[in-house]
Write a protein that binds this ligand. Structure first.
Ligand code: SF4
Length: 95
């Protein structure tokens, strides 16, 4: 995760908001043949985020813009616990 965050911060690439497992999931033990073991939970979190960003799956956006949307629509609105529930990566959102 540290390597991925470093890459995103350095390169600021365009990202595709995919509904399936992505490159972040590649080495995750929860990735079972391309389907997340926690797919139901992950999908519901993704949908709540997209709703707040007024975006949909398969849209493309730069990392820096996505971070801005997350800050404006979730973090600064104190919505993190409502949107992301018990996501194990939640603490990274405060970095
Ligand atoms: S828990 Fe699921 S969504 Fe998260 S990295 Fe692992 S496979 Fe991907």
């Amino acid at each position: 995760m540290t390597e991925i965050i470093d890459f995103l911060e350095k390169e600021d690439p365009f990202l595709k908001l995919t509904q399936q497992c992505d490159i972040i999931c590649e080495h995750c033990p929860n990735n079972i043949n391309g389907i997340c073991k926690d797919n139901k939970k992950v999908d519901s979190i993704d949908k709540r985020c997209l709703e707040r960003y007024d975006m949909k799956f398969d849209d493309m956006i730069k990392w820096s813009e996505l971070k801005k949307l997350a800050y404006q629509n979730i973090i600064s609105q104190k919505q993190l616990a409502i949107v992301c529930l018990d996501c194990q990566w939640r603490t990274l959102c405060f970095i």
